[in-house]
Design a protein around this ligand. Structure first.
Ligand SMILES: Nc1ncnc2c1ncn2[C@@H]1O[C@H](COP(=O)(O)OP(=O)(O)OP(=O)(O)O)[C@@H](O)[C@H]1O
Ligand SMILES: [Mg+2]
Length: 254
């Protein structure tokens, strides 16, 4: 039986000021898998994720979410799909500093649903507990550690119970122990929700723990995408250079 494809990207191209960041990128993401995408800083990882949720428009190409190509859709239509299907943990958490923890987590519910306040409170509490946080609803994000902020960001990403979860550098800027606790949480969320997940990062340890399949984003394309074990053993010179952090090799250092 053919595996079900949740996201299919065809020939995705995006340039900024003549600089091609995504260059005819093709990729299929299977239902329920956790796909890791490695790429050096500035390789277009965040740009790629932003296209999936329609925060950026491609110059050309298709982005199928299920059967719908979201590339040509208007913002009003895309925003509905974004809200209903996607949860995103943004790079560095992206919490609103003027809102409490509970208000941050509740934001997608307040903007996207007509849920009553008591139901919202219940869901917020439930998601905070899921990420291992208790009794911090009334705190301000400023008063939290980096790891806790990341967890609050994850609770917010989960609050609409999304089918697809996007993680942009979930472990960046965290010490190895806290980073690992976030990795374990990503595994836990996968087990609990069965969501299709994409994790973009340059953290190999993170990929080793959480990914089912891995690809390398380089020069606007996905190279050597494969099951994690096969990917790590790949003889592709770009993969070899990246995973060993070699200075010499085909990957250009800017
Ligand atoms: N809104 C924008 N306008 C112009 N250029 C942009 C914009 N967003 C991204 N870029 C450029 O696209 C390229 C890829 O950026 P992106 O943020 O996707 O990289 P990244 O792989 O996420 O890097 P990092 O690991 O540092 O987060 C960079 O050269 C960046 O300057
Ligand atoms: Mg980025």
């Amino acid at each position: 039986m053919e595996e079900e494809i949740t996201i299919r990207i065809k020939n995705l191209t995006k340039s900024f000021n003549g600089n091609k960041v995504l260059d005819g990128l093709d990729i299929d993401i299977k239902k329920g898998e956790t796909l890791g995408i490695l790429g050096k800083s500035g390789s277009g990882k965040s740009v790629f994720l932003k296209h999936l949720i329609g925060l950026m428009k491609p110059d050309s190409g298709q982005i199928y979410i299920g059967a719908i190509d979201i590339a040509p859709l208007a913002e009003e239509e895309i925003s509905v799909i974004r809200r209903m299907l996607f949860g995103m943990l943004f790079q560095s958490g992206a919490l609103l500093d003027s809102l409490t923890v509970a208000e941050n987590v509740a934001l997608p519910l307040r903007e996207g649903t007509n849920l009553a306040e008591d139901k919202i409170d219940k869901k917020v509490k439930e998601k905070l507990e899921l990420v291992g946080l208790k009794d911090i609803e009334e705190q301000m994000p400023d008063s939290l550690s980096g790891g806790m902020r990341r967890r609050v960001g994850l609770a917010r990403a989960l609050v609409m119970e999304p089918e697809i979860i996007l993680y942009d550098e979930p472990t960046s800027g965290l010490d190895p122990i806290i980073a690992n606790s976030i990795n374990q949480m990503i595994l836990e969320v996968k087990k609990l929700t069965g969501a299709t997940s994409i994790v973009v990062t340059h953290d190999l340890n993170c990929i080793n723990i959480i990914a089912d399949r891995v690809g390398l984003l380089y020069d606007g394309k996905i190279l050597a995408i494969d099951e994690k074990e096969k990917f790590m053993k790949s003889e592709n010179p770009y993969v070899q250079q990246f995973i060993h952090g070699r200075i010499e090799g085909p990957i250009k250092i800017r």
